[in-house]
Design a protein around this ligand. Sequence first.
Ligand code: A2P
Length: 296
Amino acid sequence: MRERIVYFAPADTRIKRDATSMNAPAKTDEFVAQPAAAKVPDGVYAETVLAVEHYTDHMFRFRMTRPAGFRFRSGEFAMIGLMVGDKPVYRAYSIASPSWDEELEFFSIKVPDGPLTSHLQKIKPGDTVLMRKKPTGTLVLDALTPGKRLYMFSTGTGIAPFASLIRDPETYEKFDEVILTHTCREIAELKYGFDLMEEIRNHEFLAEIVGDKLKHYPTVTREEYAYQGRITDLIDNGKLFADLGVPPLDPAVDRGMICGSTAMLKDTKERLENAGLTEGANSKPAEFVIERAFVG
Ligand code: A2P
């Protein structure tokens, strides 16, 4: 039987995808890499942008070709860059696509005078994006000890590594229940998360693998919405658990991953530690992990 994915948010609060805004050409050889190969630094990949979707004035996602031989674990990040003048400028980006995907996806903020994002936000299909060869990161399944329920706590574009992990079948082999919390200032910033849920629900093989194991818990802090508040407050007052119908955090069964601003990481980590969970790493798996390379 094909099971249903559980969408926590009521249907009327979901944001419909605007199919016309997604520019998604097929992966072909028709795009010519730019700038000219001579300008690309040695030892980095130069990939072709395939699609760009702008969500708000502050957030967009893009997909690009994946180099042959580039391997990563779902949840890791890579250094992404552009030639700015004759110099490459890089920034750490969680890879938002799962490790099995033929293309790479990224979800980015737009900072008006940001050294990279002020340029990156202007990319179009056919443009060239640089990527350093070695991915890394702590938000990987291997850094967690076995458990039953996996919480992914994210704010803003911190949802990116979880966009990768919720589309990876291994996540559902290892956990019976996966809870993705996504908190943003405004409702429009939640759209990427809703699009991911819809993509999974319509996906030819993921829909069945994911079944009803995935729960999406979107909240906003600066607009009226069905679900409101910082995730830290919703942990403190128990509303998160009451809304989801799950018991409070328990180190025997619950595992966590956190990705957001520095303050959010610190405050969420404190809640998990208060509940008795300990922080792990690739070299020493434990009950929760944090991505410190993430910068908003
Ligand atoms: P708030 O609107 O109350 O600041 P930002 O864009 O500043 O990174 O914020 C993204 C989301 O993360 C916002 O909803 C924001 O709530 C929330 N947030 C910011 N700081 C924290 C924190 N220390 N703990 C939990 N959530 C936070």
